[in-house]
Design a protein around this ligand. Structure first.
Ligand SMILES: [Zn+2]
Length: 170
């Protein structure tokens, strides 16, 4: 009896630890506060992020993204063979200024968690391909974040689904 209990406990422990292994995302500590504040906004707008978070392998600061005149990549997402995003990478150079880091991180997070493509080639929005002025965005941060979320594909999709769900409950 004792042996059976031990085996059972071991089995449960192994099952649990393998679940834990699948559910780990490697997040650079310097990006964690920004991720936390982004996910708090997801909560505020009712956007579920659990599956997308654990789909990721890592959210990391990279030392190898291009940083040349005419070829600068401050952040990017990488995809697996099924075209699902698996890594969010932020160029170390974005850390030179906390406001730039915030804009770049929210931009990349929004690609993944809010299903965003770019909103314009060059304008002062978080989802622009390039920004003339990170300062302008940072100075208008609360509005920028509200716009980012309320006009996001994930939010619009959720809004469109909500009435249908309410009807089907009746
Ligand atoms: Zn982008």
């Amino acid at each position: 009896m004792k042996r059976l209990t031990f085996v059972l406990i071991l089995f449960v422990f192994c099952a649990f630890s393998s679940l834990c292994a699948q559910n780990s995302v490697d997040i650079d500590g310097r990006l964690q506060p920004l991720l936390d504040s982004f996910l708090a906004e997801c909560d505020k707008y009712g956007i579920d992020y659990h599956d997308k978070l654990f789909q990721l392998k890592k959210i990391d600061i990279s030392n190898t993204l291009p940083l040349e005149e005419g070829n600068t990549v401050l952040g990017m997402v990488t995809r697996d063979a099924n075209n699902n995003i698996e890594e969010i990478l932020i160029n170390w150079a974005a850390m030179l200024d906390p406001e730039i880091l915030k804009v770049v991180a929210f931009h990349e997070f929004a690609h993944h968690f809010l299903d965003y493509k770019h909103t314009c080639e060059n304008c002062n929005e978080i989802m622009a391909v390039t920004n003339d002025s990170y300062f302008a965005i940072a100075n208008d941060w609360d509005n920028q974040v509200a716009q980012l979320f309320t006009t996001s594909p994930a939010f619009i999709k959720k809004q469109a689904q909500t009435p249908i769900a309410a009807v089907s409950l009746q």
